[in-house]
Design a protein around this ligand. Structure first.
Ligand code: NOJ
Length: 570
């Protein structure tokens, strides 16, 4: 594949609500992002992805949009956003906006008009359907099909006025747009062009593989003991999704000379489909977020927790490396605003927090793909010690709690799942310093600040060369400076080892080897690997030398780099 700028880039995700608050209302804002540009520059990231800042009733923290062309006052103004884009550009950092077009808010003028009645010119912009034959509209079981929403309960909301239902795969305040209607697509593309003309550098496309639905909306399979069909493969990668994305590319991006980044969030996507989305020849997307590696420790649902097995994680990530080796490209990520913190999930958030955070970063950044850092990950931020349902704000978590407890589940057990898996773990305020609200706000933070901010905070780390922050900076620098990191192929080493996650990247005569002890116990390095790394200098490690080539300490990782002969001669 032809070289692309984003192969050498690292993206930093900002969830503005939790980043930094400048007006004391307890909610982060664009002014807060502006105040921390030095942090981003020191880290060395190339792109900022901004989670939604559009006007919204905030049922789902801004993933429910009422106006695609403005900024919600809680975050600031459009002028603030323009300033932010300019200032980031001045520092050589690009800006990617979140694009949420599978659904709008139910308070978006498009939906208000659509809801005004069956005769509305916009009726067909959303998925309106009558009650199931032979049922009484509005009664349980009368929904047009049996789909359950991703946020619990049915995926349909009854509209008494017209006697019809509308589809919402997420909350009932997030009605799904009907992409079958060409007017919807035209309106979305117009809006996207408006943003491109405003100088933004790309889009992170929310649940983009849900936009095409089989218009028959067939029933799904309902699991034993459940009321609704769990959505998954049945609703993703629908019949026209590739057609829509090709059309979008043609209508919005063709002819744009500036380098852009187009990344799609693709639920339950298979490797085959991901290859299609990201094949440069097809002109759809540059890369996708797949979720398979974050499902390896769950059972029937995300709330059903299985013991973590590193081998499954390694196998999944390696399969994606191999699957997208010749065509397409991977997004590499652990954390985002929908995930618990990775150091609590796959690492050690106790005594070896820093070391394991560095190992997790190494294993991620050194793979083939574009790494994403979610705010706070560069500090090794951890999950929050939630003790009561009152501490949560996330609609998905609260709905799940209420539904499960209503169905007779033990509240303490439900709380235990939330503590491990709730999205609020990733949304607690950014930890800037050790002051009472971690320097996030002077007011009352909208979500509690993690009590460990006294130890885990940016002020302590930014100028400390041994910190998790500095380690991330070094990894980013390595990608910028060593073509093998961006361009090298990938081979998994020691695929059956119970503790090691080891791999080799090769490019143009250079060889980079990662050896990581993904466990809390000492690991022996197999002789074959010892020999392979013997004459290869260590360029980065999370434990100070001298290094014993035969064993690794708990959570120890090393990066060996043997430069190409040409580079060595220079
Ligand atoms: C994925 C987003 O990342 C998540 O936060 C949101 O709730 C859903 N899509 C719905 O927009």
């Amino acid at each position: 594949m032809a070289q692309k700028w984003w192969q050498f880039a690292v993206v930093y995700q900002i969830y503005p609500r939790s980043f930094a608050d400048t007006d004391g209302d307890g909610v982060g804002d664009l002014g807060g992002v502006l105040e921390h540009l030095d942090h981003l520059e020191k880290l060395g990231v190339d792109v900022v992805w901004l989670s939604p800042v559009y006007p919204s009733p905030m049922d789902d923290n801004g993933y429910d949009i009422t106006d695609y062309h403005d900024v919600d006052p809680v975050f600031g103004s459009l002028a603030d956003l323009d300033t932010l884009v300019k200032q980031l550009h001045a520092r050589g950092i690009k800006v990617v906006m979140d694009l949420v077009v599978n659904h709008t808010s139910d308070e978006h003028p498009w939906f208000i008009e659509s809801r005004s009645g069956p005769e509305s010119a916009n009726r067909d912009w959303y998925w309106w359907r009558p009650a199931r034959d032979g049922t009484v509209p509005g009664e349980p079981g009368a929904e047009p099909n049996n789909w359950g929403s991703f946020f619990s309960g049915p995926a349909w909301e009854y509209d008494e006025e017209s006697g019809d239902y509308y589809l919402h795969l997420f909350s009932k305040k997030q009605p799904d747009l009907n992409w079958e209607n060409p007017e919807v697509r035209r309106a979305v593309y117009d809006m996207m062009r408006w943003w491109v003309d405003r100088d933004i550098d790309g889009f992170r496309m929310d649940v983009i593989n849900l936009i095409s639905k089989d218009p028959a909306l067939p029933d799904g399979k309902v699991r034993l003991g459940e009321r609704f069909a769990t959505l998954g493969r049945q609703v993703v990668d629908g019949p026209r999704v590739h057609e829509y994305l090709t059309e979008m590319h043609r209508e919005v991006f063709a002819g744009v000379e500036r380098p852009l980044l187009l990344v799609g969030e693709t639920l339950d996507v298979s490797i085959d489909e991901a290859r299609k989305y990201t094949d440069q020849e097809r002109q759809e997307l540059d890369m996708v977020f797949q979720l398979e590696h974050l499902k390896i420790d769950r059972g029937a649902s995300k709330w059903d927790i299985l013991p973590f097995d590193m081998r499954l994680l390694r196998g999944s990530l390696a399969a994606w490396q191999e699957g997208l080796a010749d065509v397409g490209w991977n997004s590499l990520y652990w954390d985002n605003h929908d995930r618990p913190r990775v150091v609590s999930r796959f690492g050690d958030d106790g005594e070896l927090r820093e070391r394991s955070a560095k190992l997790l970063a190494t294993v991620l950044h050194m793979q083939r793909g574009t790494p994403y850092i979610y705010q706070g990950q560069e500090l090794g931020m951890t999950n929050f010690p939630f003790t009561s349902i009152e501490q949560f704000a996330d609609i998905e978590s609260i709905n799940y709690y209420e539904e499960s407890v209503a169905m007779g589940e033990d509240p303490e057990a439900v709380l235990a799942s939330l503590r491990a898996r709730s999205r609020d773990n990733g949304r607690t305020p950014m930890q800037w310093d050790d002051s009472p609200h971690a320097g996030f706000t002077t007011g009352r933070p909208w979500l509690p600040v993690n009590p460990n901010h006294q130890q885990v905070n940016a002020a302590r780390q930014v100028d400390d060369p041994a910190s998790v922050f500095s380690y991330h900076r070094d990894l980013i620098r390595l990608r910028h400076e060593e073509p093998v990191v961006a361009l090298g192929d990938f081979t998994l080493d020691e695929p059956d080892h119970p503790q090691l996650f080891a791999f080799t990247r090769r490019h143009d005569g250079a060889e980079l080897r990662v050896v990581a002890n993904f466990s809390g116990d000492i690991a022996e390095v197999p002789p074959r690997l010892q020999r392979a790394t013997a004459d290869s200098p260590i360029v980065l490690a999370n434990v100070d030398g001298p290094h014993d080539s035969t064993v690794l300490e708990p959570w120890e990782t090393r990066i060996h780099l043997r430069p190409s002969e040409a580079a060595a001669a220079r």
